[in-house]
Design a protein around this ligand. Structure first.
Ligand code: GCU
Length: 674
């Protein structure tokens, strides 16, 4: 095992730890490198090769054009005998890595393609994966791969659990902290090409010159890494910072104000990505305030950034002030009727599920339902409803479950991933957003294993078809070691961890029973608080008769928003996967489950299973001590202990609460509450 210091969690999956017993190809590859041309991105590539070679072998490459072992050049710069070997399908950001005689070549059509190719080659070296005959040809399947930071200007982070915001507004624009560059580098190593640096619950001040100057400094720092900057636009900004009396999107002065504002922003940041907007939701102002549609609101902003090549990411997380019969239906009801009314530089950003980043949700019914409006996926990387920083939950399986679900919109094989990569509806814009989990903690993400969720998001944004298993295995190897005795058990633990959390929090389709407001820990008893859908009882409907949210015809009929194939499957008690049972159905406590147990027993057994699994993880981890550095070993262990204890807390609280209604004893195998 390699010894790391307390700071090495900071190095994420870019550890570049020594390669023991390197093979000849590994040793030779980085000896002599030729890089064609000079610019900031090529400097970053050079620097990366230096850090990696130093870490792998304790020596630096020499950079020379004579007999190089590694050639890094744009396709147009390659000699024709090499250019002819390069793939013709690289697009703007793709790359091809291949061997020719005794050389390895990384080529692309752009410098960012070269950067991505370099990172990939170094990852393959760390994993000791030799290049195949054909090499590696890869390009992103999604255009806009963006992190969303819910960071406030006072450096608090909404739903952030890893310290404060990494943007130090006070020191900007003069001081560029090394952490900004390390952040950009980590993102580039995954192919993330955009970042929205401010909270969707936006503060209009970010659009004033005082902050734009600071945002400019960040954009300048990110640019050589291929990362564009986006800002959140508060819909009422024309009033708050523009001195207008209205923010009505049909008002000429308001339209002009946004046009002027966009022009001003582009003077600071010539490649500004565009706006991310949360409107008409949870107190945020929006077009509804003026009786206008979401399209009218979005189009006004789209027209403002259009001349400069910007886009608008308009969130579908819109819900009205009034208590709905089922919040599940709101976004669909609001957006489907205006499909096709958005400008071509608008992309509607939809959360993975219809409620709110629950530990498990069926996919959002908007996916597939808007063939004429590009939709992008919004995943939450930060673990608002998944135990915050201390509960280990590897989220790739959760993302994968949603991406691979079939919408049946154009018949079988209409997976959500095809909406996201644009192939299902021929979208001209595609994107994926991830609500970031990084902060000032020295390992960035609080839990060391939550670095894997940032990594997984990046990999899936690049390729929504990537498998969780590959993502987990690669991340472990890059972050810790390639030793099988470590990789295999840790991979197993990670791949099961999301399901484990679902088991002890919200099994069988139960949802939104977290404690009020902070959403950490159980709160199935939460009532009151402003509106019905901000309570737990609204979602679980427990009574002596049973529990669950009836979304079939006899209930809210939210099921109607899915295709007939899914209505049939999810509406039928024999066909619905049990993981979605209480999401769509209200059932008596004695309902017979497939296992032969009654519903109550099955619920209780799931909670116990989650507890058992959390305890088991501690044992597994302890057995791996000799493979891990002391600092990360202890850190992870203490968090696992918190998790196991809190899994019990979840089990006890939820079973005591629902037990009042079921009136039934706990089944054999479930420990009595403490
Ligand atoms: C959730 C979360 C809020 C956030 C909102 C959003 O409701 O609790 O903090 O602002 O999602 O996505 O806009």
């Amino acid at each position: 095992p390699i010894m790391l210091s307390a700071n090495d969690g900071y190095k994420l999956w870019l550890q570049y730890y020594p390669i023991e017993n390197p093979q000849a190809w590994q040793q030779d590859m980085l000896k002599k490198v030729s890089i064609a041309g000079e610019n900031e991105t090529l400097d970053i590539i050079k620097n990366e090769l230096n850090i990696a070679a130093e870490g792998f072998f304790g020596q630096n490459p020499s950079f020379s054009k004579e007999n190089p072992s590694l050639v890094i050049a744009l396709k147009e710069q390659l000699p024709s005998y090499l250019a002819s070997k390069a793939s013709s399908k690289l697009g703007e950001e793709g790359f091809h890595i291949f061997s020719s005689d005794n050389q390895t070549v990384i080529t692309a059509n752009s410098q960012f393609g070269l950067l991505y190719g370099t990172f990939r080659l170094l990852q393959e070296m760390q994993k000791s994966n030799p290049l195949s005959e054909t090499g590696i040809v890869d390009s992103p399947k999604v255009q806009h791969r963006v992190l969303n930071h819910w960071d406030n200007l006072d450096r608090t982070v909404e739903r952030g659990y890893s310290g404060f915001s990494i943007w130090n507004w006070h020191r900007l624009p003069r001081h560029i902290d090394q952490q900004y560059l390390d952040y950009a580098r980590a993102n580039a190593s995954l192919g993330i090409n955009g970042t929205a640096i401010t909270n969707v619950n936006a503060n209009a001040l970010i659009l004033t010159p005082y902050y734009l100057e600071k945002a400019q400094a960040l954009a300048d720092a990110f640019r050589p890494y291929g990362i564009k900057l986006y800002l959140t636009a508060r819909f009422s900004s024309p009033i708050e910072i523009g001195g207008l009396e209205t923010a009505d999107p049909q008002n000429e002065a308001v339209k002009q104000w946004w046009k002027d504002k966009a022009k001003e922003i582009y003077e600071y940041i010539p490649d500004f990505g565009g706006f991310l907007v949360k409107a008409d939701s949870e107190g945020q102002p929006g077009p509804h305030n003026y009786g206008r549609t979401q399209a009218e609101g979005a189009n006004m902003l789209a027209d403002a950034v259009k001349p400069f090549g910007g886009i608008v990411m308009w969130r579908a997380f819109v819900y009205s002030e009034n208590t709905p019969d089922d919040r599940h239906k709101q976004a669909y009801n609001e957006f489907v009727p205006i499909d096709g009314e958005f400008r071509e530089n608008v992309i509607v950003q939809v959360k993975n599920g219809a409620i709110d980043f629950q530990p498990r949700e069926p996919f959002h019914p908007l996916f597939g339902a808007m063939p004429n409006t590009p939709l992008m996926m919004e995943f939450q990387i930060t673990q608002e409803y998944l135990g915050h920083d201390t509960h280990l939950a590897f989220l790739a399986p959760m993302y994968e479950e949603v991406l691979k679900e079939d919408t049946y919109i154009n018949g079988e094989g209409s997976e959500v991933a095809k909406v996201i990569d644009g192939s299902l509806h021929n979208y001209s814009l595609t994107g994926m957003a991830g609500v970031a989990n990084v902060g000032t903690d020295r390992n960035w993400t609080g839990h060391h294993f939550h670095q894997a969720n940032w990594y997984a998001y990046g990999k899936l944004a690049w390729n929504p078809w990537e498998s969780s298993e590959k993502i987990a295995e690669d991340w472990i190897k890059l972050t810790f070691t390639t030793e099988r005795e470590f990789v295999e058990p840790v991979k197993k633990l990670m791949l099961n961890s999301h399901e484990m959390v679902v088991n002890y929090m919200t099994p069988l389709g139960i949802h939104h029973i977290m404690a009020r407001s902070h959403h950490y820990g159980p709160g199935p008893w939460v009532t009151g608080g402003g509106r019905a859908d901000w309570t737990s009882t609204y979602y679980h409907n427990a009574s002596e008769k049973g529990m669950g949210f009836d979304r079939t015809l006899s209930g809210s009929n939210a099921l109607e928003q899915y295709t007939p194939e899914l209505q049939e499957k999810w509406g039928d008690l024999d066909l619905v996967p049990e993981k979605f049972l209480l999401w769509f159905h209200h059932l008596p406590w004695e309902h017979q489950m497939k296992s032969g147990n009654i519903l109550w027993d099955e619920i209780a057994l799931h909670y116990q299973k989650g507890v058992n699994e959390a305890r088991e993880n501690i044992k597994t981890w302890k057995n791996l001590e000799k493979h891990v550095d002391k600092y990360r070993f202890e850190h992870v262990l203490s968090f696992m202990e918190i998790q196991a204890e809190e899994a019990e807390w979840w089990r006890d609280a939820v079973l005591l609460y629902f037990g009042q209604y079921s009136g039934l004893p706990l089944p054999e195998g479930v420990e009595p509450p403490k």
